[in-house]
Structures are given as structure tokens and as C-alpha cells.
Design a protein around this ligand. Structure first.
Ligand SMILES: C[S@@+](CC[C@H](N)C(=O)[O-])C[C@H]1O[C@@H](n2cnc3c(N)ncnc32)[C@H](O)[C@@H]1O
Length: 312
């Protein structure tokens, strides 16, 4: 029965994600490798299985080969099967991550087009990166911070966030529970006279009520068994009207991160983050996905901010 053969071809979730992408876009093996964060050899293997079963077609364009879904040539059983599978796959965290990386890959493709690079805008983008590096603005924009702020870097790790913040604010208090991380943070911040390192637990911070004007939790919350308690404790140490910034992963399906890196949560959806921050005593919550670097191997991130309520 043809439908059973189709089920075999689609039995791997990665192949379903490939089809979801190729249903709407023509992509090369390189594009797919960047979106799926997978070696090109694995992508080619999946494409071969899909192509042998009639799901994808390809065409050559100069030196590139573009793949797309054979939507108009599917046999009737495949045509009935795909909407069911599509419905399931579309709502997975992995497919959400793919969509974000696809946007970045398509943007890079646009920027690479000869017409763009022949233009003054293309020239300037290339020249700026050549002269000053990528992401030069990210550091400079910290100059917009109020220089009177006292900021907590909660779960500071090796202190990279504290190091970036310190030149722009009055004081940084970096807190972490791990002695090893704190040693690295102390070394990194040794020459910085307005950064202080304290050892402590995120659920019981070594900070007074309202001691901070703002706090950052960068790539920390997914480690917390009770993230609501950690945010409530952050709310305690931020003064009313102060701000929290949480940077964390959007939902993903890298189960292996639990064992490899001690992650408790496989990312947070925007609605989860909204609920957690609201329940912890933060108002005016704003959540923004962060731009995706196509060269990065990890899941896409978001930045969430909230203002500590006056009365709780
Ligand atoms: C992935 S690292 C992120 C470090 C840093 N914020 C960054 O963005 O590079 C997570 C850090 O959170 C700390 N951490 C996790 N749970 C903690 C807890 N309950 N109390 C204190 N620190 C904790 C870990 O020791 C680790 O340094």
C-alpha cells in the first residue's frame, strides 16, 4: 500500500520539518543545513529518502541545486497524508525554531544577491563589517542606559554580561551559585572597579529588598526547577518601578540538553514567559524574539522585560 511507504518516508521528524520548509520555499542543501542545524551530509540523506518516495523535486540553477516539495505531483494517498502530518509538525517547538532560522537564511540570501552588493547600501554593510566586525552596535547601544543604575546580573556565570554593562552604569552586582563560575567572573571583572561578585542562590539572593534598579537573568531561567520562585525573588530585590530582563530560549526539542547541560526547561513560549513574569509581580511585560545568527548552533532566543509593580 502506497500510504504505508509514505509513512515510512515520513517516520523521521526531521524529514517532516524538511517538507514543511520545502512546501513554501525552494532551498539548497546549504540553506537546509543552516536552518536545521545539521551537517549537509545528513540533509542530503534525508532529501534522498524524500525524493525516492516522490515528496521532493529539485532543479539546477547555475552552480546551485534548489529543492522544493512536489506538491502538485503527490499521489492521492500522499496528498491525504500530508495535511495531517503538517498540522502536527507545524506546532512543534522545532518547527518554530526552523521558521526563525529560515527568516535569517532568506535575509542572508537577499543580502548576498549581486544587485544588493552592487548598491551603495550593500557596499556599506560589507565595509562596516570588514572594518569594525559584526554586531558592533550591540555594545555601543548600552550607552543609552541610565548611568545611575545599579544592576544585578543574576546567574552571572563567567561574568560576560556584567563586563558589558559595567562601563555604562553606576554599579553591577554579579551573583552566581557556582564557585567555579564565580572564580572566572572574578578574574574577568578584576580590573572593573564598579562590579562586585557575590555567591548565592537565585531562590535566596544575597541582596536586600529593592537594592537593584534593574536585573538581568541571561540564559539562567531554563536551569531553575521553579522559575516562578526565581522571578519572585528577583522582584524582591528590584525596587518598585525597576526593570527585569530575561534572556532565554524559545521552545525547542533538544532533549539532550537536559543531560549534557542540566537544562530543566526546553525553552519558554511567549505566553509562558508572560504568565511567569506577571505572577512574579512584573507589569508591562514585553517579549521580543532576538535576531538569529545563521552560524549559531543553539536554539533561537527571546528577550523579555517587565517593570516591578509598586504594590504586590
Ligand atoms: C548557562 S549559565 C549563564 C551564565 C551567564 N548569565 C551568561 O549569559 O553567560 C547559567 C548560570 O546560572 C547559574 N545558576 C543556575 N542555577 C542557579 C541557582 N539556583 N543559584 C545560583 N546560580 C545558579 C549557574 O551556576 C550558571 O553559572
Amino acid at each position: 500500500m502506497a500510504i504505508l511507504e509514505h509513512l515510512t518516508a515520513l517516520s523521521d521528524p526531521v524529514r517532516c520539518r524538511v517538507l514543511l520548509l520545502l512546501e513554501r520555499h525552494e532551498l539548497t542543501v546549504t540553506d537546509l543545513g543552516a536552518v536545521l542545524q545539521m551537517p549537509q551530509s545528513s540533509v542530503s540523506r534525508h532529501l534522498k529518502t524524500l525524493s525516492d518516495d516522490g515528496w521532493v523535486v529539485s532543479r539546477r540553477d547555475g552552480t546551485s541545486r534548489f529543492y522544493s516539495m512536489a506538491s502538485e505531483h503527490l499521489d492521492p494517498s500522499a496528498g491525504r497524508l500530508w495535511p495531517l502530518i503538517r498540522e502536527e509538525v507545524t506546532h512543534t517547538g522545532a518547527a518554530g525554531q526552523d521558521r526563525r532560522r529560515l527568516d535569517a537564511v532568506l535575509a542572508r540570501r537577499r543580502a548576498k544577491s549581486e544587485r544588493f552588493f552592487a548598491s551603495a547600501a550593500g557596499d556599506w554593510d560589507r565595509l562596516r563589517t570588514e572594518l569594525f566586525g559584526a554586531g558592533v552596535h550591540a555594545g555601543a547601544l548600552l550607552g543609552l542606559l541610565d548611568p545611575a543604575l545599579v544592576v544585578g546580573d543574576l546567574g552571572c556565570g563567567t561574568g560576560e554580561v556584567s563586563e558589558a554593562l559595567a562601563p555604562h552604569v553606576a554599579r553591577v552586582v554579579a551573583v552566581d551559585g557556582s564557585g567555579e563560575m564565580l572564580e572566572a567572573a572574578r578574574e574577568r571583572l578584576g580590573a572593573t572597579d564598579n562590579a562586585e561578585v557575590r555567591q548565592g542562590d537565585l531562590a535566596n539572593l544575597p541582596l536586600r529588598d529593592g537594592e537593584l534598579d534593574a536585573a538581568v537573568l541571561s540564559l539562567v531561567l531554563h536551569h531553575a526547577p521553579a522559575p516562578g520562585d526565581v522571578l519572585a525573588e528577583a522582584a524582591r530585590v528590584i525596587r518598585p518601578g525597576g526593570r527585569v530582563l530575561v534572556v532565554d530560549m524559545l521552545p525547542h526539542e533538544r532533549q539532550e540538553y537536559r543531560q549534557q547541560m542540566g537544562h530543566v526547561w526546553l525553552g519558554f513560549s511567549e505566553s509562558q514567559m508572560q504568565r511567569l513574569l506577571g505572577a512574579a509581580g512584573f507589569d508591562r511585560v514585553r517579549i521580543r524574539p532576538l535576531p538569529v545568527d545563521p552560524a549559531a548552533r543553539g536554539p533561537a532566543l527571546c528577550a523579555a522585560t517587565g517593570i516591578r509593580q509598586d504594590v504586590r
